[in-house]
Design a binder for this molecule. Structure first.
Ligand code: SAM
Length: 191
């Protein structure tokens, strides 16, 4: 199947995207909670929300963490990381970092859980492998990476491509949920 990549300008976001984000702020539990419940968080984990956008999903993760847990949100877009910062300001142990995960000053083996919602398909195909490789390095040995991506050829990513990038980065799929136009996967380090 032919997958089409269309670059989205997240810095100059359309009003429709802004409206979608506002709605996700209120009704996002319908989208995020079933996904986040797969993490089985105990509360003391260090979590990375990669490509956090306006923090709509991160707020539901933050609610599940206690004082020993933390959430780091990263996004390439200055506009969206500022939105996330605002939305998450009431939560403790949250940091928002703008930039490319391959260059950000985050040590390796830093996270118990990495959450990715609707991000990899928006990255240029040539940048995906190195980005996933970098993400895998940020995961602790016992860590788990959860990914949720659309799989429509018109705007999405092929499941096989996700699996290939993960495999090359040393991550093995331990669980997956495949619906008509979306894929959810849980990955762990290869033993
Ligand atoms: C469709 S939005 C999803 C945002 C958020 N995960 C959510 O659930 O609302 C995609 C996000 O990925 C970010 N993004 C795109 N390429 C990225 C990259 N290489 N590194 C980090 N974030 C990126 C965009 O700026 C945008 O905020």
């Amino acid at each position: 199947m032919n997958y089409k990549f269309t670059e989205v300008d997240f810095e100059n976001t359309s009003p429709l995207f802004k409206l979608e984000d506002a709605l996700k702020g209120f009704l996002g539990f319908l989208l995020y909670n079933p996904f986040i419940s797969l993490f089985n968080l105990e509360g003391d984990e260090d979590v990375l929300d990669f490509g956090c956008g306006g923090g709509a999903g991160a707020q539901y993760i933050a609610k599940k963490l206690n004082y020993n847990g933390s959430i780091t949100c990263t996004d390439l877009s200055e506009y969206w990381i500022n939105q996330a910062q605002k939305r998450l300001s009431r939560y403790k142990n949250v940091r928002c970092l703008q930039g490319d995960i391959r260059k950000l000053n985050i040590p390796d083996n830093a996270f118990d859980v990495i959450s990715i919602v609707h991000v990899i398909h928006d990255i240029h195909p040539e940048q995906r492998e190195s980005t996933v490789h970098s993400l895998a390095k940020k995961l602790r040995n016992s860590g788990r990476l959860f990914i949720y991506e659309p799989t429509r050829p018109s705007h999405g990513i092929a499941i096989e491509e996700i699996r290939t990038h993960m495999d090359k980065a040393g991550l093995k799929e331990s669980r997956c949920i495949i619906k008509k136009s979306r894929y959810i996967g849980e990955y762990k380090r290869e033993p």
